[in-house]
Design a protein around this ligand. Structure first.
Ligand code: PLP
Length: 377
């Protein structure tokens, strides 16, 4: 079904074509070229990261991050369970074992207590985890102080999956720049897009250099084709990077538009019993990539609301199904309680595009506000 109102459609600024045409004009139709260099520089400038590598997807960036950190066969990687599957699949690509960590109920991200339980458990059996992958779900920064404290205390590298969180901040600094490596996505549904793409951020030049090498078929720096390692074809196209340049120029506007959607939803539902959202604290700033809500009292209701919206041609979606509940991953170890399961059962993501207009928002809200979905205070 083609929706009239999509969950998170692309939103062009009108500045993209100039850079795309530059690529055509100069015949840089390749995974190298001036748009890529400028896009990587732009990402550094915007996020404050010292280095950036533009690649073909967020998933590729996560795969490279694990390779660069030396994660390999039978290593343990502690991953947030409540996320999109792309956070975890790269752990399998390198032959390591994902271990799932439950969420805390405030930001819905990795629970620091469950994380410490997992770390202590694996240390006690002599299998020190090789990396932690925390996610900033729907743009909401995770509890970075606590997570970073544990990663430093136990000397385990942190990968921040900031695929949904470009523009979000923690203590005034952009997320994706706190971990040893940060990962971004520019898939079509993300806050800005290159039609498909991703990036790896790091202050460690060696990590970026190694990832760049692996992403270009691990070609040794000699004239003939010489290879000592298995490489990948993961670089971003110069055409796509042109789209990214045009998008990056309006990122602040896009963040404000998504936050404004959230404000309207939150205000409209303030009289409704049992609706909860991910909460910002005094030192976090979410890009509100998606507005996700919890219908706290009745688990069947998100399904009914979703159907009612769908009948009117409006797309909404359940909150991510936790990885420890997925067929491919359900036999793997996990730590913590069932917060992520409750969020999945009762959660719903509402249309959140930066190009949503007022009449569309009003229509969505009036469907949700129609009994019997909700109870008023
Ligand atoms: C989108 C997304 C990814 C993967 O990014 P792609 O560019 O689609 O490969 C990874 N993690 C999370 C949390 C995402 O939302």
């Amino acid at each position: 079904m083609k929706y009239k109102i999509c969950l998170s459609p692309p939103h062009m600024s009108g500045r993209e074509m100039k850079y795309v045409q530059d690529a055509f004009g100069s015949n840089w139709i390749a995974p190298v070229g001036p748009n890529i260099d400028a896009f990587e520089e732009g990402l550094c400038r915007y996020t404050g990261s010292k280095h950036a590598l533009a690649v073909s997807s967020g998933t590729a960036a996560l795969h490279l991050a694990l390779l660069v950190l030396g994660v390999g066969k039978d290593d343990i990687v502690l991953c947030q369970s409540l996320t999109f599957v792309a956070t975890v699949n790269p752990v399998m690509y390198v032959g390591a074992t994902p271990v799932f960590i439950d969420s805390e109920p405030v930001t819905w991200n990795m629970c620091p207590n469950a994380l410490e339980d997992a770390i202590r458990h694996y240390l006690s059996i002599g299998r020190k985890p090789k990396a932690v992958i925390a996610v900033h779900l729907y743009g909401m920064p995770a509890m970075l102080d606590e997570i970073l404290y544990l990663c430093r205390k136990y000397e385990i590298p942190l990968v921040e999956d900031a695929a949904e969180a470009l523009g979000s901040e923690y203590r005034g600094r952009k997320v994706g720049t706190f971990g040893d490596i940060g990962v971004l996505s520019f898939n079509g549904n993300k806050i800005i897009t290159t039609s498909g793409g991703g990036a790896m951020l790091s202050d460690n030049a060696k990590y970026i250099e190694k990832a760049r090498f692996l992403a270009t078929q691990a070609r040794e720096p000699v004239a003939h084709y010489e290879h000592h390692e298995v490489g990948y074809n993961y670089r971003m196209s110069n055409v796509c990077a042109g789209i990214g340049r045009g998008q990056l120029e309006v990122i602040d506007e896009r963040v404000m538009q998504r936050r404004a959607n959230f404000q309207v939803y939150q205000t409209s539902f303030s009289e409704v019993r049992g609706i909860e959202f991910q909460e910002e604290s005094s030192y976090t700033f979410s890009n509100r990539w998606l507005t996700a809500l919890i219908l706290k009292y009745k688990e069947e209701r998100p399904f009914h609301v979703r159907n009612a919206l769908s009948e009117q041609g409006i797309e909404s979606r359940p909150v991510w199904k936790p990885m420890h509940c997925q067929k491919i991953y359900e036999t793997l170890p996990r730590f913590g309680g069932s917060v992520s399961e409750r969020l999945f059962e009762r959660g719903l993501c509402l249309p959140s595009g930066s190009n949503l207009d007022d009449s569309e928002l009003t229509a969505i809200i009036s469907i949700i506000m129609t009994p019997p979905f909700i109870e008023f205070l």
